[in-house]
Design a protein around this ligand. Structure first.
Ligand SMILES: C[S@@+](CC[C@H](N)C(=O)[O-])C[C@H]1O[C@@H](n2cnc3c(N)ncnc32)[C@H](O)[C@@H]1O
Length: 204
């Protein structure tokens, strides 16, 4: 089973910033969630009674919100420190440490829905996750993910002080790249244009 050495270093990094991350992010009032909630509602409808896999669950806040709405949730993440926090905060839920960038087990047709909130751009390779999703999602189930928009994230801002209409010059959007980003104490970000992900997901 091939393991990407970048994934090991990334998971160590998330361990190192787990405290900062868990204090900064999460809950129904968090701006991350407020932006994601309408898509969840459109795609999942009422989560009550649904089996949901939360891939890259971090400290488990989204798993806990879905569980509070009646879903049966399993959360997995590559950071042992974040999973430890998830277990401490939500002892009734099931959480597991797994590297999502290395092939991992998936119950065939095990889930009605799979959520993956702000994770894909933090993984060096996507094939293991896409393959697991395609195995684990029951026919007709939903895979709902969010990413930072690759055309706009980390691009230089447009000059301030100009009169509208404003514009922004976007460079390197179609090239794959690895960036170090400072958010949450610093971690690696894998920039990729969305077409490849869409093609890979559809093929799976
Ligand atoms: C931006 S956080 C999002 C966490 C959570 N979904 C949320 O919304 O708060 C990215 C997550 O990806 C996880 N991650 C990064 N690389 C990983 C890997 N190789 N395997 C599993 N999880 C990984 C990190 O541990 C972290 O929890």
């Amino acid at each position: 089973m091939a393991t990407d050495s970048r994934a090991r270093a990334d998971r160590d990094r998330w361990d190192a910033v787990a405290g900062t991350y868990a204090e900064t992010v999460g809950g129904r009032t968090d701006s991350f969630y407020r932006r994601f909630a309408p898509f969840l509602a459109d795609e999942l409808g009422d989560p009550s009674g649904q089996r949901i896999w939360d891939l890259g669950c971090g400290h488990g806040w989204l798993s806990a919100l879905l569980a509070a709405d009646g879903a049966v949730v399993d959360g997995v993440d590559g950071s042992a420190a974040l999973i430890e926090t998830a277990r401490a905060r939500h002892p009734d839920l099931r959480f597991e440490v797994r590297d999502l960038a290395t092939e991992f087990a998936a119950d065939p047709d095990g889930y009605d829905a799979i959520v993956c909130h702000m994770v894909l751009m933090d993984l060096p390779v996507l094939d293991p996750l896409v393959d697991a999703v395609s195995r684990a999602l029951r026919p007709g189930g939903r895979f709902v993910f969010s990413i930072l928009h690759p055309a706009f994230f980390n691009q230089a801002p447009s000059p301030s002080g100009d009169a509208p209409p404003w514009s922004r010059s976007v460079t390197g959007y179609r090239e794959r790249a690895q960036w170090w980003v400072e958010s949450f104490g610093g971690h690696r970000h894998y920039h990729r244009p969305p077409g490849g992900l869409r093609r890979r997901a559809v093929a799976a």
